[in-house]
Write a protein that binds this ligand. Structure first.
Ligand SMILES: NC(=O)c1ccc[n+]([C@@H]2O[C@H](COP(=O)([O-])OP(=O)(O)OC[C@H]3O[C@@H](n4cnc5c(N)ncnc54)[C@H](OP(=O)(O)O)[C@@H]3O)[C@@H](O)[C@H]2O)c1
Length: 289
C-alpha cells in the first residue's frame, strides 16, 4: 500500500453485521479501531475477537440526545482519522399505519445519531485539515419502496447532510463517502421494526391487505424466505469500504451489491423519464421579460 499510515477509526454500532466486519478488516490492516456499542459487556461477550485483535469498545447510543456530548469527549481523548456512522435499523410499515413516535425513533437513530457524531468530531478534523467521514446509508437512501418510507426518509435525510457537507468541508481536505449497501447477510433483517398498533394483523392495517404494503411487510418479516434473497457478503463490503477510504476515492457515493446497482439504474432511469416528460413544462415557467 502506498503512503501507508496507521489511522484511528471510530465505527458506530460495531458489535455486529457490517460494523463488525469492517472493524475486523480495519484492524487486520494495522489500524486502530474504536468501536461503539450500546452495551459494552454484551459486545465483549459476543465479539471477543475485537478486543483480542486490539480494538477498543466505547459506550454510545446514537439515538440518545447525550450522544453529541459523549462524542465531543471521545474526540478530545482520541485523534480520530476516519469516522464511520454505521449504527442503524429499519422501520418497515405503510405511511398511514406508522405513528409519529415511530418516525421520530427512526430519525433519532438513523438521522440525528450520525449528525450528532459528525458535529462533535468535525472541529478537530477541521483544525488538523484531514479526515474521512463515512456514512453507511442504504439503497433505501436513494429509492423509496413501499412500506419503506420511514426508513428511506431517515437515509435520504442523512445523505442530504453528507452531500452538502462534502462541499462544505472540501476546503479542509476532509473527505466524505456515502456507502449504499443493497441486501447484506447481517442480523439487520431480524431486527426490523413494524407498526406497533398492527402487530396482531402482521404489521399492517386491514385497509392495506392485498397491497404492496402487505407484500413488503410480510416478505421482510418472513426471515427464512427473505434471507434467500440476500446475496451480499459483509466481509466483501468491508474490504470495498476500506479500499475506498485508503485509496482516496474520487466519488461521493459507493453502491454495494448487484441489487443496489440494479436499483440505482432503475432510479436514474425513472428520474430521466420524468425529466424527459416535464422538461418543456419546467422551462416554460419563467417570468415573461
Ligand atoms: N444488512 C443490510 O442488508 C443493509 C442494507 C442497507 C443498509 N444497511 C445499513 O447498514 C448499517 C449496519 O447494519 P447491519 O446490516 O450491520 O445490521 P446489524 O447487524 O443489525 O447492525 C446494526 C448496528 O446498529 C446498532 N443499532 C441497531 N439498532 C439500534 C438502535 N435502535 N439504536 C442504536 N443503535 C442501534 C447496533 O449496535 P449496538 O447493538 O452495538 O449498539 C448494531 O450493531 C445500518 O445503518 C443499516 O441501515 C444494512
Amino acid at each position: 500500500m502506498s503512503n501507508y499510515h496507521k489511522q484511528t477509526w471510530l465505527i458506530t454500532g460495531a458489535s455486529s453485521g457490517l460494523g463488525k466486519s469492517l472493524a475486523l478488516e480495519v484492524l487486520g490492516r494495522g489500524h486502530a479501531v474504536l468501536g461503539t456499542t450500546r452495551e459494552v459487556q454484551k459486545a465483549q461477550e459476543t465479539f471477543p475477537e475485537f478486543e483480542e485483535t486490539g480494538g477498543t469498545w466505547l459506550p454510545l447510543d446514537p439515538g440518545s440526545k447525550d450522544t453529541y456530548d459523549r462524542a465531543v469527549k471521545i474526540s478530545e481523548s482520541h485523534d480520530i482519522d476516519v469516522v464511520v456512522n454505521n449504527a442503524g435499523y429499519a422501520f418497515i410499515g405503510g405511511a398511514e399505519d406508522t405513528s409519529e413516535d415511530e418516525v421520530r425513533s427512526q430519525m433519532e437513530v438513523n438521522f440525528y445519531g450520525p449528525l450528532r457524531v459528525i458535529r462533535a468530531l468535525l472541529p478537530r478534523m477541521r483544525t488538523k485539515r484531514s479526515g474521512s467521514i463515512v456514512l453507511i446509508s442504504s439503497g433505501a437512501g436513494f429509492i423509496a419502496r413501499p412500506a419503506r418510507g420511514t426508513y428511506s426518509a431517515s437515509k435520504f435525510a442523512i445523505e442530504a447532510i453528507h452531500e452538502s457537507l462534502s462541499h462544505e468541508i472540501e476546503t479542509f481536505d476532509i473527505r466524505v463517502l456515502i456507502v449504499e449497501p443493497g441486501a447484506f447477510r447481517t442480523p439487520f433483517s431480524s431486527r426490523l421494526i413494524t407498526p406497533a398498533q398492527y402487530q396482531d394483523n402482521g404489521g399492517f392495517s386491514e385497509g392495506y391487505q392485498g397491497t404492496a404494503v402487505e407484500q413488503m411487510v410480510r416478505g421482510m418479516r418472513n426471515s427464512t424466505e427473505f434471507m434467500k434473497l440476500i446475496k451480499g457478503d459483509p466481509r466483501k463490503a468491508a474490504r470495498a469500504i476500506l479500499d475506498a477510504v485508503e485509496g482516496g476515492h474520487e466519488y461521493l457515493r459507493l453502491p454495494l451489491g448487484v441489487d443496489c446497482v440494479v436499483a440505482l439504474e432503475s432510479k436514474i432511469g425513472s428520474l430521466q423519464r420524468d425529466l424527459d416528460l416535464t422538461r418543456e413544462v419546467a422551462r416554460s415557467t419563467g417570468v415573461d421579460e
